[in-house]
Design a protein around this ligand. Sequence first.
Ligand SMILES: *[C@@H]1O[C@H](CO)[C@@H](O)[C@H](O)[C@H]1NC(C)=O
Ligand SMILES: *[C@@H]1O[C@H](CO)[C@@H](O)[C@H](O)[C@H]1NC(C)=O
Length: 268
Amino acid sequence: MGHTLFGALGLFSLNILLYCGHAQDVPQSVLTVSPSWTSPGDSVTLTCSVEPPSAGWRFFWYKAVPKGSIAYTYELLAGGTTGTEQDSYIIHGQTHTAGYKCRAGRGDPVFYTQNSDLKFVWSGGVNPAASLTVSPHRLQHFSTESLSLICEGNSAEWRVKKADEDGKRSICSKWGAMNGSTCNTDTRASSGVYWCESETQSSNAANITIHRESVTLHCRHGDQRKEKNADFYKDKTLIEMDTNHQHTHEITISLMSDGSSYKCRFKD
Ligand SMILES: *[C@@H]1O[C@H](CO)[C@@H](O)[C@H](O)[C@H]1NC(C)=O
Ligand SMILES: *[C@@H]1O[C@H](CO)[C@@H](O)[C@H](O)[C@H]1NC(C)=O
């Protein structure tokens, strides 16, 4: 039943995407950054392409400037309001973590593509004006231990941010709590790239892997001779039904220390 529900939701959102694509028909800019990890002083190449591909575009390059806790405003990079003919743009001497967007335009008046997604160039090097220290000092952790993400440098107000695998960004309050300039994570923290940001500074970034421990729950019947099928409940909601007769006496859940209570019940 659970699977059917997710299947239905998946189809539903796909339909929305397809519908939007047809309704607007505006080409999309796609930005790639290379390399995505840098040391201070490295050059970074931004490349912008248009989907679906077509000719005659000029390219516009933007740098993200933090605004408030999660949003950014975008500052046009040199290349200016007329854009560049080249579909790539080289940034010399990248010194810290920074986000970029691009878009293409052509014609007069200018017809623009949709903006690209925001892509980050991560700095692995130390920048005294803004630094992130992870404690315990390693990049592999378990979700059951708290980590401290410590921001230091030229700001009194730091935000600790995270970008997950598909680029989704969030701030400390989603998976921890700030104490001064330190974010102490809780069990909601998951793998991703973490960094510190103020209105004017961005720190080095750390690609942290957080392993979720998992446990297997067994449901054992008093009468050991009988093969029995069980239903599993999480906080009174059915989470696993005996649809297949092989694994109905045990389930594996990731241990999220979420305070849920698990129960199983045998079928008659
Ligand atoms: C914040 O950190 C300080 C210094 O480490 C500590 O003494 C204090 O108890 C912490 N506050 C909270 C709410 O955890
Ligand atoms: C972070 O590390 C994971 C695991 O090693 C890797 O798959 C991922 O691509 C890395 N992310 C970035 C942005 O480098």
